[in-house]
Design a protein around this ligand. Structure first.
Ligand SMILES: *Cc1c(COP(=O)(O)O)cnc(C)c1O
Length: 355
C-alpha cells in the first residue's frame, strides 16, 4: 500500500535502514542519561537547527506529540488570555485546549476553506499569545509566511505561536518573528508517530519563568524551565522516545544533504501539478478557492457526487488517500504532498483518480 494520507503517511525510505541500524546499535536499550543518548539528541537538534535556520537563542524541546505542544504553550505562555485564529478542526482544538485549561481564550473564526487576511486581523489588547495554524490539515488552507512575520511586527509585545505540524520543514519561517513553532513527525518527516518538537524563543521562556515566579502553574516535568535545564545537557526530563529521536536525526540529515531549497521546490512544483490537474476538471473542485491560501502539502479536492467510492476504488489499487475531515468526510479527498512522495508515485495516483 502507498499512503498519500496527511499523517500518519508513507514512511520516508530511510526509516527501514535507520531502524535496522538502531537495532544493531542497541538504541532501544541504552540509558537516556548516557553519552550515547546525548550524542543522538545533539545530532537531531543540531541537524534541525541547520535545516530550519533556527537562531541559536531559540530552544528545541522534545515532547510527546503536537497535541502536547498545544497544552504546553497555553500553560507556559498565557496566564489568562490566549487568542486563536480558527479556520478548521486543528486550530479549533488549540482553542478548546486553552478553554479546558481555564484560559479566557479568544478567537477569530474563518469559514472552512477560506484564507485569513492577517494584515487586517485585530488582536485584542488582553491577548498574551497569538495562536496560529500555518497549515490547516483539515481543509488544506495555508497562511503565507510573510503575513505571519508582518503580524508579529504589528504586535511585537505579544507572543506568537504557530502550528507547523503538516508543513514543516517545507514552511520557510523567519524564526526571529516566532516565539513557539511546533510539529509532530508522522506528517512531512515520514516517521512513525510518537514525537512532538517544540521550538521556543527567549521571550517565550521569559514569559514561562515570569508566570512561575508569580505562582502560576506552568505544568511539571515539561514546563519550559524544566525542559531547558535538561536540554542544556542534551537530555530530556523523562525517559523519551529515543528511537524516534534517532530516526528524526537521520531523516533530518538526509534533508540537509539533499538541500532544503531543493526539497521545497520539488514540493511546490508537485503541488502545482496536482492543482492544475483538478482545475476546471469535470467532477472535481479545488476546495480552497483563493490560490494564495492553497496548501502545498495537503491538497483538498471536492469530489462532485461524493468521495467515498473514489477512496475505496483507489484503496483497491493500493493507493490510500485521505478522505475529507469531519463533516467533509464523504464529499472531499485530501492528498498529502510530502517529501517521501515521489513524482512517479504522484503521477500514478493522479492517473488512477482521473482515469
Ligand atoms: C496532525 C496534526 C496535529 C496533531 O498532531 P498529533 O501528533 O496527533 O498530536 C496538530 N495540528 C495539525 C495541523 C495537524 O495536522
Amino acid at each position: 500500500m502507498r499512503f498519500f494520507t496527511p499523517g500518519p503517511t508513507h514512511l520516508s525510505p530511510e526509516i527501514k535502514p535507520l531502524i535496522e541500524q538502531a537495532l544493531k546499535e542497541d538504541i532501544g536499550s541504552i540509558s537516556h542519561r548516557s553519552k550515547d543518548f546525548e550524542r543522538i539528541f545533539a545530532r537531531m537538534t543540531e541537524g534541525l537547527r541547520a535545516l530550519l535556520k533556527i537562531p541559536s537563542a531559540h530552544q528545541i524541546f522534545v515532547l510527546g506529540s503536537a497535541t502536547e505542544c498545544w497544552e504546553r504553550i497555553i500553560e507556559n505562555c498565557s496566564q489568562e488570555h490566549s487568542f486563536h485564529l480558527v479556520n478548521g478542526a486543528f486550530s479549533e482544538r488549540f482553542y478548546t485546549i486553552a478553554l479546558e485549561l481555564k484560559r479566557k481564550a479568544l478567537k477569530h473564526e474563518v469559514a472552512p476553506g477560506q484564507g485569513a487576511d492577517l494584515s487586517t486581523l485585530a488582536i485584542p489588547a488582553e491577548a498574551e499569545v497569538i495562536c496560529l495554524t500555518h497549515n490547516e490539515t483539515s481543509t488544506g488552507v495555508s497562511l503565507p509566511e510573510n503575513a505571519v512575520s508582518a503580524l508579529k511586527r504589528r504586535y511585537p509585545e505579544k507572543l506568537l505561536a504557530i502550528d507547523i505540524v503538516s508543513s514543516a520543514p517545507i514552511v520557510d519561517l523567519n524564526w526571529s518573528d516566532i516565539d513557539c513553532g511546533f510539529f509532530s513527525v508522522q506528517k512531512c518527516f515520514g516517521l512513525p508517530a510518537g514525537l512532538g518538537i517544540l521550538i521556543a524563543s527567549p521571550a517565550a521562556l521569559a514569559k514561562a519563568e515570569a508566570l512561575q515566579r508569580a505562582g502560576v502553574s506552568i505544568g511539571s516535568y515539561h514546563s519550559f524551565p524544566s525542559l531547558i535545564s535538561f536540554v542544556k545537557k542534551n537530555q530530556t526530563p523523562e525517559t523519551p522516545n529515543v528511537l524516534g529521536i534517532f530516526l528524526l536525526g537521520g531523516v533530518v540529515d538526509n534533508f540537509n544533504r539533499e538541500g532544503i531549497e531543493k526539497v521545497r521546490s520539488d514540493i511546490r512544483s508537485r503541488s502545482e501539478q496536482i492543482y492544475s490537474t483538478f482545475t476546471d476538471r469535470e467532477g472535481f473542485k479545488i476546495f480552497v478557492q483563493d490560490p494564495r491560501y492553497r496548501s502545498a502539502t495537503v491538497l483538498t479536492i471536492e469530489v462532485i457526487g461524493g468521495s467515498s467510492g473514489l477512496v475505496a476504488r483507489l484503496a483497491k489499487q493500493g493507493l490510500e488517500v485521505g478522505s475529507g475531515y469531519g463533516k467533509f468526510k464523504d464529499s472531499q479527498i485530501r492528498i498529502a504532498n510530502f517529501p517521501m512522495h515521489s513524482r512517479d508515485d504522484l503521477e500514478e495516483l493522479l492517473k488512477a483518480i482521473t482515469g
